[in-house]
Design a protein around this ligand. Structure first.
Ligand SMILES: [Zn+2]
Length: 308
């Protein structure tokens, strides 16, 4: 079955300042590598729809959604937190990013595609139930998971977060939720300084020291993630796909290589094939070194498509 690629031009118009690392060129870098690698011709492209208030309200209080709508400026830039800003296009971009999550889940659960990658921004995994944070406004993977559970009636969804930062927003939303298993690795101690303090039973967090690379990733996945996932038997695998643990990415100090993203995706694809009919949805999170971001995303997508 072919794979879907969900994105939208509105996601290129969201800008948070001239020197902000979370910038439109990140999406262009992925598009360039899709062409250069030839992988793009194996994907069916979709424009992301706007998420509805109903879809967002499964994750965020409606008051929060309304506050974000009200905060959106008509001109200039406003700051939601020291790292997270909105320009006049940011609301549309954030609604497209969350809407991409909904469409990707629909495409995969309606058996039109076995997997879907969403090249969207703003990212989402730091967005808590009622708080924007760390470049994130709405929690896109959480919107995807709740849509799969509540609209499609799934019982068990796994969220796999390999971004270098802990997905504290996703943990805030799902801690203690027996229908969701979250497996993550992240540099620690490091922003947002969470994920190690007595996590709930459905959280499988593996903090990694600065300087850790592919070997430590393999240990975390084989010793912690895979046993938990085998027991949980997810019906859908959702990736919080951040590529900022790459050695070339100056945002943090982990040392992953392009091929580590292929390896970790292969491990999760095998889980999805055993338990979830191969169904995978992936949402872009971080990744700020443009070359490494593009190449690593291609490694990840190639495995989902079945090109390796
Ligand atoms: Zn990150």
């Amino acid at each position: 079955m072919p794979a879907a690629f969900v994105t939208h031009a509105d996601c290129l118009k969201h800008e948070m300042g001239a020197h902000h690392p979370e910038r439109p060129a990140r999406l262009t870098a992925i598009e360039d590598q899709l062409i250069a690698s030839g992988v793009g011709q194996h994907l069916t492209r979709f424009d992301a729809p706007l998420a509805t208030d109903e879809q967002l309200a499964r994750v965020h209080p409606l008051d929060y959604v309304r506050a974000i709508r009200d905060a959106a400026p008509r001109s200039g830039t406003i700051h939601l937190d020291p790292d997270t800003a909105m320009n006049p296009f940011s609301l549309q971009a954030a609604l497209r990013a969350a809407g991409a999550a909904v469409l990707a889940v629909d495409l995969v659960l309606q058996k039109k595609f076995s997997s879907a990658f969403c090249a969207v921004r703003p990212p989402g995994h730091h967005a808590c139930r009622a708080r924007p944070m760390g470049f994130c406004i709405f929690n896109n993977v959480a919107v995807a998971a709740r849509h799969a559970l509540e609209q499609h009636g799934l019982e068990r969804v796994a969220i796999i977060d390999f971004d270098v930062h802990h997905g504290n927003g996703t943990e805030d939303i799902f801690e203690g939720d027996e229908k969701v298993l979250m497996a993550s690795i992240f540099q620690h101690p490091f922003y947002p300084y969470s994920g190690t303090d007595n996590p709930a039973d459905n959280m499988f967090n593996v903090p990694l020291a600065a300087g850790s690379g592919g070997r430590e990733l393999r240990e975390a996945v084989t010793q912690v993630w895979l046993p938990a996932l085998e027991e949980f038997r997810p019906e859908l695998v959702i990736f919080s796909a951040g590529f900022d643990a790459h050695a070339e990415d100056d945002m943090a100090m982990l040392r992953f290589a392009d091929t580590d993203y292929r390896w970790v995706t292969e491990q999760l694809k095998a889980v999805a094939e055993r338990h979830a009919q191969g169904r995978m949805v992936s949402m872009l999170e971080g990744g700020y070194a443009l070359g490494a971001l593009g190449r690593s995303a291609i490694q990840h997508i190639k495995v989902m498509v079945g090109l390796t």
